[in-house]
Design a protein around this ligand. Structure first.
Ligand code: HEM
Length: 392
């Protein structure tokens, strides 16, 4: 008996477009455009180990020292320190976040005494600075020197972009180097440019402040409308509701991940167009029905919108993949973004399927997403919804 029924799942739009919690990394589009509203952090934390070799030196037989955290900072199991966020703003790829707590290093029977407090991360595009108040005993004078709000470490964000989390954003493993102004605090033992530990932080953001993404809330405050602006884009993946653990003899499927928006990263100039790529949140399909009936997972994307600006969904294409083989699953055909011709994923396409008589089992399906946009695309925060449908 073959039994094939269409089972479109009720969809939950997990994250809306502009101005909500799911800002992905900056999408730099040429030309003037409206900047996304700044978002205010109401939580988060910074994780940084300063420099692993310095920590070993302090705790080891040379310095015979100790390390203590205070003021809300804590030491993590891996030896790095966690500082709670006290304030922060995220405005496209500009971030300014302050963190409480301190870490205090001592050694050489008190001759080494260094405290970092008042950490402040400031990011502008692909560069950033970690500012801190530093107190460190001078090796020559033996007295404590206070460095107020010194630019202590340089942050390199050329390969790290904000990733959406359930509550806001995270930046992971940002490479850091010692600045010239940080050198004396380490008694000149490290040269300017010495690699310090990578720094990670999260910021939780409050609900969107823009009540109506269709209108520019206050065009008069656009800080610099004459230059290219940074904006964000999200692709929202619809997570089906009520997907139960598959039992023996059933067909079940679910989108993995935490339901936050899929980031298409930073749109890059590709000559005659802009391109951005990302990964679909993997979809796990289990089919243990003795009927071995055919199944398929299909998808279709909505238009991308940023306020009142719309970009046709056809600009999105993909290359489906079977990430973990099983149950006779095969990947659907690649769909080219419809920049030049075709409908891209605006037209229903197959992510994966299994033919009648397939093996029983579980497969994980994924897809490389590719968005191709005209070079003159207006800057803005673009969001879209990809709706996945199972036929079984
Ligand atoms: C009595 C005073 C001190 C003595 C005898 C001393 C001695 C040493 C020695 C023997 C080393 C190892 C050098 C090597 O392996 O090449 C070292 C490394 C170092 N010292 Fe000191 N030191 C003193 C004070 C300080 C102070 C005040 C600071 C300021 C924070 C400091 C920061 C460092 C740093 C950053 C390193 C390099 C650690 C690493 O990454 O391996 N030292 N020190």
């Amino acid at each position: 008996m073959t039994h094939t029924s269409a089972r479109p799942r009720r969809a939950t739009r997990v994250v809306a477009a502009a101005g909500t919690a799911a800002i992905a990394s900056g999408l730099l589009l040429a030309g003037a455009g409206s900047a996304a509203a700044a978002e205010t952090a109401d939580g988060g934390s910074l994780s940084w180990g300063v420099k692993a070799s310095f920590r070993s030196y302090i705790a080891g037989p040379i310095a015979h020292g100790s390390i203590t955290t205070g003021g809300g900072a804590t030491t993590a199991a891996n030896g790095t320190y966690a500082f709670p966020a006290t304030a922060g703003t995220v405005d496209g790829s500009s971030v300014d976040a302050a963190f409480a707590g301190s870490v205090h290093f001592t050694g050489h029977a008190g001759q080494l005494d260094m405290t970092l407090t008042d950490l402040n991360v400031v990011i502008d595009g692909t560069t950033g600075v970690l500012y801190a108040d530093v107190d460190s005993k001078s090796l020559s004078s033996g007295s404590l020197v206070h460095y107020e709000d010194v630019d202590f470490a340089a942050l390199d964000l050329s390969a790290v972009t904000a990733q959406p989390t359930a509550d806001g954003y995270s930046w992971t493993a940002i490479p850091t180097t010692l600045t010239a102004n940080g050198v004396p605090a380490f008694a000149d033992f490290y040269a300017e440019g010495t690699a310090l530990d990578p720094l990670s932080f999260t910021l939780d953001v409050a609900e969107a402040t823009d009540p109506d993404p269709g209108t520019d809330p206050d065009p008069g405050t656009d800080p610099d409308p004459g230059t290219p602006t940074q904006a964000e884009q999200d692709l929202t993946v619809v997570v089906p509701e009520g997907t139960e653990e598959p039992e023996p003899g059933t067909f079940g499927w679910e989108v993995t991940g935490d339901g936050s928006a899929v980031s298409l990263g930073t749109a890059a100039d590709a000559g005659d167009h802009l391109t951005a790529t990302g990964q679909l949140a993997p979809v796990v399909v289990t089919d243990t029905r003795s009927t071995r009936s055919a199944w398929s997972i299909t998808a279709q994307v909505s238009d991308f919108t940023a306020g009142s600006t719309t970009l046709a969904g056809k600009h999105l294409g993909w290359t489906p993949r079977v990430v973990t083989a099983g149950g006779g699953a095969v990947a659907g055909a690649a769909v080219t973004p419809g920049l030049v011709s075709g409908n891209g994923l605006a037209q229903t396409a197959t992510l994966g399927s299994a033919p009648t008589g397939h093996d029983l089992g579980t497969a994980t399906l994924g897809a490389d997403l590719e968005l191709q946009l005209p070079s003159d695309t207006e800057a803005g925060t673009y969001g879209a919804t990809l709706t996945l449908t199972a036929l079984s």
